[in-house]
Design a protein around this ligand. Structure first.
Ligand code: ZN
Ligand code: ZN
Length: 68
């Protein structure tokens, strides 16, 4: 008996504007810091992904060079 895998990947919701540190929704989209925990948030200018790795030179998602 073969077992068919019917597992579907759950549709991942795009994290649009959530603090990567405290998971709070960011009120100000594009704000350079989180209004809840005051952590500075570096964003990719292309896909707006929040970068948590401070040593990262490129976006982990689209590979765009990050501006500091
Ligand atoms: Zn936060
Ligand atoms: Zn990106």
């Amino acid at each position: 008996m073969k077992e068919k895998s019917m597992k579907k990947k759950p549709a991942k919701k795009e994290v649009e504007c959530r603090c990567p540190y405290c998971e709070e929704d960011l009120i100000l989209v594009g704000a350079p810091f989180c209004s809840a925990c005051k952590m500075v948030i570096v964003r990719c200018t292309m896909c707006l992904t929040a970068i948590t790795d401070k040593d990262a030179k490129t976006c982990s998602r689209c590979g765009e060079p990050l501006q500091q």
